[in-house]
Design a protein around this ligand. Sequence first.
Ligand SMILES: CC(=O)N[C@H]1[C@@H](OP(=O)(O)OP(=O)(O)OC[C@H]2O[C@@H](n3ccc(=O)[nH]c3=O)[C@H](O)[C@@H]2O)O[C@H](CO)[C@@H](O)[C@@H]1O
Ligand SMILES: C=C(OP(=O)(O)O)C(=O)O
Length: 448
Amino acid sequence: MDAEGNTLEEKIIVRGGKKLKGTVRTEGAKNAVLPVLAASLLAEKGTSTIYDVPPLADVYTMKNVLNHLQMDVSYEDGVFKANAERNTLRPNAPFEYVRKMRASFLVMGPLLARTGRANVALPGGCAIGSRPIDQHLKGFEAMGAKVEIGQGYIEARVDDRLKGAKIYLDFPSVGATENIMMAAAMAEGTTIIENVAEEPEIVCLANYLNAMGGIVRGAGTDTIRIDGVDHMEAADHTIIPDRVEAGTFMVAAAITGGDVFVEGALIEHLRPLVAKMREMGVIIEEKDHGMRVIGPDILRPVDVKTLPHPGFPTDMQAQFMTLLTQAKGTGVVTETVFENRFMHVEEFRRMNASIKIEDRSAIVTGPTRLTGGEVSATDLRAAAALVIAGLVSEGETTLMELRHIDRGYVDFHEKLRQLGAKVERVPVEDETDAIDAAPVEMNNEAIH
Ligand SMILES: CC(=O)N[C@H]1[C@@H](OP(=O)(O)OP(=O)(O)OC[C@H]2O[C@@H](n3ccc(=O)[nH]c3=O)[C@H](O)[C@@H]2O)O[C@H](CO)[C@@H](O)[C@@H]1O
Ligand SMILES: C=C(OP(=O)(O)O)C(=O)O
């Protein structure tokens, strides 16, 4: 990735057989920072300083969106500064950005609250399902906005000010909860949103809104109450650690039979994953500043079903499936959050995994001796899962299409390399790969 978040023509090459050992540091959470940056639009006065902002492609996309809206923004060394004082904000987010990253749509709520108008490109479907935005729009309409859809754009307007409302979400959508919360923060009167998402990222956003002068109560439960305020000001805020990145390294440690301290991994954000990994026989020690993960010789199979928080996170589904390919027996992964988040299964099968799809479930039978080869992913978690599979595969695994992994992981290959993995990221055209071609002795203990 270059300094502006553009993915270069590169590939990741992994050679399996190494047990991971050492310490890895968790970055700030992608899914927390994106709504927080969108919320910075609400501040009529001052510059917000946001800390622990990870250098991800998605962060650069959000920076470009805010720039396009005429905010003054800067981003350096993990610190993002955002100033939305200008009263000539441009209320329009073009497809160019929304196409790259659906979370660009999160500017709709704050724009509506701040300028009374928002014109945002309609996000299409994507590799994990159709992902409609009806619940976001239902919320805006309940608050008095007129919403029109045409020519690939959503135009929302409100004559005077958004009005507080009672809104019941059909599904606890993370994005709809965030977008409506931000719109309601500066609406007239009180908004109560029921059946909301309870993810830690919602709490992070609520804390920022409150620091800006908002009055948001109940974040982290299924009902949020927002007393709208007339003005909001910039505030300083620190992003929570990325539970999905932490969880990804926990799985990588476990699958290789390694011993890794994941610094910054918070047990209160990771309970469903930790519970399932322990059921599989993984040793997880909770420490003050993170978690130590020790992989066992034999992994036991388990069944897992993705659900809204505090259920098992869909963003860990692909990585967890990799772990199941190494368990002794059959485990079932059921995906209930997204309609089509099994695109990685075909790639796993190409690596010799035994996985059968039945409706919304994947039946995984292990342990399988995975084999390397050239693979590519259609979303960022699938990309991470394929690299993890490479850690226990015979031969060389090459991951192409790195724009997905760059959306959600900072220096993924480098962090794995520092834990002892044999992994490199090299330009696609470079056929004399940076990894020496000498065969690596397979460590059979690490392959369950
Ligand atoms: C940037 C960010 O935070 N992304 C996360 C966020 O995505 P995102 O906010 O897009 O996910 P949602 O919680 O909104 O989506 C969950 C489900 O609800 C459906 N839905 C959603 C909105 C709507 O108006 N109508 C509707 O039907 C979606 O199609 C999907 O099936 O939460 C997901 C679920 O934990 C995670 O996988 C994503 O990593
Ligand atoms: C699905 C994800 O992100 P997004 O909603 O940004 O596509 C994810 O982080 O796994």
